[in-house]
Design a protein around this ligand. Sequence first.
Ligand SMILES: *[C@@H]1O[C@H](CO)[C@@H](O)[C@H](O)[C@H]1NC(C)=O
Ligand SMILES: *[C@@H]1O[C@H](CO)[C@@H](O)[C@H](O)[C@H]1NC(C)=O
Length: 238
Amino acid sequence: MGFYKNIVFLCVVGLASCAPPPAQKCKLSDSDCMKTAFQQYLPTFVSGIPELGVEVLDVMDMEDIKFDLSGLKFTLQEGKLKGLKSSIIDGARWDMAKKRLHIDFHNNCTIRGHYTASGRILILPITGDGNMKLKLRNLVVKLFIDFDMGKNDEGKDIIVAKKFGYEYDVIDNVHYDLSNLFNGNKELSETMLTFLNQNWKQIVKEFGTPMMNVSAKKIYKNIATFLKNTPLEDIVLS
Ligand SMILES: *[C@@H]1O[C@H](CO)[C@@H](O)[C@H](O)[C@H]1NC(C)=O
Ligand SMILES: *[C@@H]1O[C@H](CO)[C@@H](O)[C@H](O)[C@H]1NC(C)=O
């Protein structure tokens, strides 16, 4: 059963509010329409659609992170990314010649979790084991997904995602808050937090990618699952 059919069914038996489908249908080639449709569908999508295998992406449970980069050993566990729901879609374009979907968006988001750190950040030595909270203001992401056309079990056309890539930048600011730095030494902690917040741009460049990688991978995986489980005719105009 398709997603809209499910909604209709739930409406009939009175389990769901019978709102119109959450996004307008567009031709694949109509980028203006697509941008609006992606924006309309975003809250539904990031809230999770269990019947289509789409996980909750806001709040997103992040895969654990562990890296050793430029002299810093760092782990993040039970990471949670919050704020995708507030994203503004800046573009959604299907390039049918190159079989590439481009999705551009920006948002404000937070990443929280349990961190450990040892080594050095840029020039300063660091040790810590506690809670981390990052606030990203104006995170800009350009995601692309390469795909092929395919058929589902019923012979209906679907889009089969093959791989993805992305670029990101934080334009306005990142605010860092880490508890229990230097075994709780207040003076050293304050010095470090001030340093992190003053040098946020360079720190994002050096150490941001592992966190962005796990988030982008999870977004991609769920878009791929959605496309695999949704006949094209249900979501686009031919
Ligand atoms: C992000 O926050 C800033 C400052 O509060 C606000 O002006 C901007 O509209 C927000 N952006 C989004 C995409 O919500
Ligand atoms: C991020 O992911 C890309 C693509 O999978 C990979 O090449 C790169 O090494 C990863 N970077 C880090 C720092 O994890």
